[in-house]
Design a protein around this ligand. Structure first.
Ligand code: NAP
Length: 305
């Protein structure tokens, strides 16, 4: 039985691995279906301390991975299929094999939310996207819509102006929740037009996006608009499918942790990063909580020796 298994490879998972490995716990980390997590679909990260001139999200994750490997973290590049409690610890299955550990650190992160429209599903990848970094290039000299009013929506719309001739930023209220500096960047960008109090209620097009139906939430009126692309930047859902029924979740489905620690309701099972953080959701807070989880696991192991 191993000391610690870490599930997830975002900033929280890699930081937990670095700390656990340096504490001689020989961690095993499962990278999951999207190694590196959400930072893999970000461009410039300007607020991670230590990078005076910013760093590309994927570069930051590559460095964290290498740092964890340097201290001999064992890495398995697959998805974990199940997690259960067994005598003296936990059992994880992945790709048909079982692995046991005395402690588990859950750092499965969160996933981008969808608008929930039938045609969004049908036209996904045909003009509908949740990732400007991945798909922006396909919209050279085209017109696109970004939906949302948070930092992601600001970031995505600014980024898309590199390619698109026009970006419409559609938000359901009359004010953004994004940080002031990012709002200003959007407002000062002549290629971005802001449309407040409006929802996208349908996406039109046979084989690719050709338009949307917009609804004015105040008057209830709808109108069609020609458009080539729709980017939803409307927040995230925590990735908790592995622990549903096992761990206590809060009203938004995030894993509940004891305040000021990474402890869940099950001793020996710790959670860190976005899967347990509906509030801050920053790379640096995720990394900080990954450190907490490794220290909590180390303490748990020494207390139970
Ligand atoms: P967010 O802050 O939760 O914002 C989601 C936005 O989408 C809100 O404006 C919300 O509207 C809207 N929305 C939600 N569901 C919707 C729906 N079904 N239809 C239409 N609109 C919908 O999410 P986020 O922008 O992804 O940011 C998450 C966290 O990451 C934040 O803490 C943010 O600061 C951080 N972040 C930071 C950076 C950076 O600093 N570089 C970049 C990106 C994200 P309401 O406002 O009406 O609720």
């Amino acid at each position: 039985m191993r000391n610690v298994i870490i599930i997830g490879s975002g900033p929280a998972g890699w930081t937990a691995a670095i700390y656990a490995a340096r504490a001689d716990l020989n961690p095993l980390l499962f990278e999951g279906a999207e190694p590196g997590g959400q930072l893999m679909t970000t461009t410039e990260v300007e607020n991670f301390p230590g990078f005076e001139h910013g760093v590309q999200g994927p570069d930051l994750m590559a460095v964290m991975r290498k740092q964890a490997q340097r201290f001999e973290t064992e890495i398995i590049s697959s998805m974990v299929d199940s997690l259960k409690q067994i005598e003296g610890g936990f059992e994880v299955t992945a790709a048909g094999k079982a692995y046991q550990a005395k402690t588990v650190i859950l750092s499965t992160g969160a996933t981008a939310r969808r608008l929930g429209l039938e045609n969004e599903k049908r036209l996904y990848g045909q003009g509908v996207s949740a990732c400007a970094t991945c798909d922006g290039f396909f919209f050279k000299n085209k017109n696109v819509i970004v939906v949302g009013g948070g930092d992601s929506a600001m970031e995505e719309s600014s980024f898309l102006t590199r390619f698109a001739s026009k970006v419409y930023l559609v938000h359901r209220r009359d004010e953004f929740r994004a940080s002031k500096i990012m709002q200003e960047r959007v407002k000062n960008n002549p290629k971005i037009e802001i449309i407040f109090n409006t929802e996208v209620v349908d996406i039109l097009g046979k084989d690719k996006v050709e338009g949307v139906v917009l609804k004015d939430v105040q008057s209830g009126e709808t109108r069609e608009m020609q458009i080539d692309g729709v980017f939803a930047a409307i927040g995230h859902e925590p990735n908790v499918s592995l622990v549903k029924g096992l761990l206590d979740l809060d009203e938004k489905n995030y894993v509940k942790t004891v305040p000021g620690s990474s402890k869940t309701n099950i001793p020996g099972l710790f959670a860190c990063g976005d899967v347990q953080d509906a509030r801050y959701r920053q790379a640096v807070t995720a990394a900080g909580s990954g450190c907490m989880a490794a220290l909590d696991a180390e303490k748990f192991l020494s207390d139970n020796e």
